[in-house]
Design a protein around this ligand. Structure first.
Ligand code: AGP
Length: 622
């Protein structure tokens, strides 16, 4: 996610802003920028791509930027590639070149979040004579504030509240107005934002670590609220522009804990960010009750023309492909092959334009997946990258790119990016089914409703985490753990097994439940843990039988199944229930208990959950 900071007070702003941005680096970014005002003088903007030290070097560690009032930003690209002109801050006027220099404009701002209706707002502003210099949704929202500020000749707070009423999406905004020197205005909806206060100073930031060095007294600004910061004073307003009061909180965390949002590890934080990651990803694909993949370049005509889909990826991304295979084939009746990228890159598979090769990759830099993409392009296939990092190599080289909006994933073991990929492919399957005529308009609408309901249901699954924490303490010394399932339940078993082994170092295997009796069941002995994923109603009974076969050989059983009476409950030692949803999408819910089980088991074994041994977040070598 992007990081924003702001300061107004008696000291020079730029060094404080840089220090705050440094403490937000963990949020991931690809560029950064500052806007600082010296009294009534115009604000000066400085931007830099790459690491934050480039910006610090450009401003002599902030010393070359005079002024006691300013805002800063680290950008995690969602709209528009990582570049100087797309870096924040953005201004309400026009600007050439890199976008650095004195700001003649009336409004300058930074933003963390996603403006879903930025396209229609941009068209509105173009009609009113505004020109745009960047590809960002942020420039649109800064110009919209300026539009209302000028059109209604109202103050900054009213211009901002009018903008908030018009905008759809998420934002944490920090804005400075030329006519209001020394003041910073902030607004929030869904994206994190805190306001700090100290003697003769006021701060704002995306997260506590950025200002902890200067103050522990913070206000947690609420959704659809506005803040007005001046040295030593902060006022708050509701959406009507009426002044409100907020409680002041004293922070007791230390800086490192604060980076993890109070969670013990980034992995647990990211597991809990899954509802937002899924919501944001779906929000970018579903507009007005319909799935629209055109932003990814995937038109209905392309979907209609497809005779086959090949999905290629590594690790957890490959597991997404296995799940997507079941969903796409069942819904759209289009044959899907799923290939490990490390194998696919050496295959001599015939391809053609009516074959879509989908490369799934969180990092967008995995060497095997990149090689597979290049091979597919050489062979003339249409290629679609499903990636989480804007501007990554795989994103840039594919014919089309669908960005997941999970935000930066710090833990080596993927969770929120995996879940965002899962729903992105689900959405593609639903749209393809409509285009191919294999689902009716009514079924299409129902499926979309089910997709939209997933984030809240993930939240409900997360509420069961204490039971999983308890159960993980019983398996911390396990030697072998088997995950089994049929159909989509097998795909989820693959991911559950990888999570367990990569962070707890316990040997684990995932098996298609029907395959156990063809050899592997000989490994089952007393207390071997067998975890059955049981969400596909047509196949649950058969998998329960397989589990019973294991139990009769001494196995200890855990089940993950949907709410309601579970016929096998008596024979299973520990059962986790998840909310019901369309069975094509229930994988997004079933995977969460398995992520938590792996996480808590690793913690119980005292291991480095976020940085497991021998692993890298992105495997950029063969
Ligand atoms: C998953 O938890 C692992 N970290 C690993 O399997 C990962 O999914 C794989 O290396 C692919 O990475 P990518 O999605 O960045 O291409």
């Amino acid at each position: 996610m992007c990081g924003i900071v702001g300061y107004t007070g008696e000291n020079q702003a730029a060094p404080i802003l840089l220090d705050g941005l440094k403490r937000l680096e963990y949020r991931g970014y690809d560029s950064a920028g500052l806007a600082v005002r010296d009294g009534d003088a115009l604000a000066e903007v400085v931007k830099a791509t790459g690491k934050l030290y480039h910006l610090a070097d450009k401003t002599d560690q902030g010393r070359s930027l005079p002024g006691n009032c300013g805002i800063g930003h680290t950008r995690w690209a969602t709209h528009g590639d990582p570049s100087l002109i797309n870096a924040h801050p953005h201004v309400s006027g026009n600007c050439s070149g890199s976008g650095s220099g004195k700001v003649e404009s009336d409004v300058v701002g930074v933003h963390n979040g996603i403006i879903e209706n930025y396209g229609e707002l941009k068209e509105k502003l173009l009609r009113h004579g505004y020109l745009f210099y960047s590809d960002t949704d942020t420039e649109v929202v800064v110009k919209l504030v300026d539009y209302y500020y000028k059109k209604y000749k109202i103050g900054p707070v009213d211009a901002i509240t009018r903008t908030m009423v018009r905008v759809r999406g998420s934002y944490a905004l920090a804005l400075m107005f030329k006519d209001h020197p020394g003041e910073i205005f902030a607004a929030r909806k869904d994206s994190p934002l805190i306001i700090g206060t100290a003697e003769n100073a006021a701060f704002l930031a995306s997260d506590v670590p950025a200002i902890l060095k200067y103050t522990r007294s913070v206000y947690y600004i609420g959704n659809l609220q506005v803040a007005r910061l001046s040295p030593g004073s902060v006022k708050f307003y509701d959406l009507n522009g009426d002044e409100i009061t907020l409680p002041l909180t004293e922070i007791t965390w230390d800086a490192e804990a604060a980076e993890k949002g109070g969670y013990e590890h980034f992995m647990l934080k990211e597991i809990h960010e899954q509802p937002a990651a899924v919501r944001d990803t779906l929000g970018s694909l579903i507009k007005d009750g319909k799935i629209d993949l055109t932003a990814a370049g995937i038109t209905d005509d392309i979907l209609l023309s497809l005779s086959q889909i090949i999905i290629t990826a590594c690790g957890s991304a490959w597991h997404v492909g296995i799940a997507a295979q079941y969903v796409i084939e069942d819904m759209a009746k289009v044959p899907v092959r799923v290939e490990l990228a490390s194998e696919f890159r050496y295959r001599s598979l015939p391809m053609s334009k009516n074959i879509l090769v989908i490369v799934i990759s969180q990092s967008g830099e995995t060497a095997d997946s990149l090689a597979a993409l290049r091979l597919a392009k050489e062979k003339g296939a249409e290629t679609l990258a499903v990636v989480n990092v804007v501007g990554s190599t795989i994103a840039r080289e594919a014919d089309h790119v669908l960005y997941t909006l999970a935000g930066p994933e710090i833990a080596v073991a993927t969770t929120k990016a995996y879940s965002a990929q899962l729903v992105a492919l689900d959405a593609l399957a639903v749209q393809m089914a409509l285009v191919k005529g294999t689902v009716s308009a009514e079924q299409y609408s129902h499926l979309i409703e089910e997709l939209i309901g997933i984030p809240d249901k993930i939240t409900r699954v997360l509420e069961d985490k204490e039971r999983l924490q308890w159960f993980s303490s019983k398996i911390a010394n396990a030697h072998d753990i088997f995950f089994i399932g049929r159909g989509l339940d097998y795909a989820i078993s693959l991911e559950g097994s990888l999570k367990m082994k990569e962070i707890s170092y316990i040997h684990s295997e995932a098996y298609a439940a029907g395959e156990l009796k063809h050899g592997t069941i000989s490994l089952i002995e007393k207390n071997t843990l067998v975890i059955g994923v049981l969400t596909q109603s047509q196949m649950i009974e058969k998998t329960i039988s397989n589990m019973a076969e294991c139990k009769s050989r001494g196995a200890y059983l855990m089940g993950v199944t949907t709410n309601g009476n579970f016929a096998g409950e008596d024979s299973v030692n520990f059962t986790v229930y998840i909310p019901r949803t369309d069975e094509h999408f229930v994988s997004s819910l079933a995977v969460v208990p398995l992520q938590l089980l792996g996480y808590y088991t690793s913690v119980n074994r005292g291991l480095d959950v976020d940085k497991p041994r021998n692993l890298a977040k992105s495997v950029t070598v063969e």
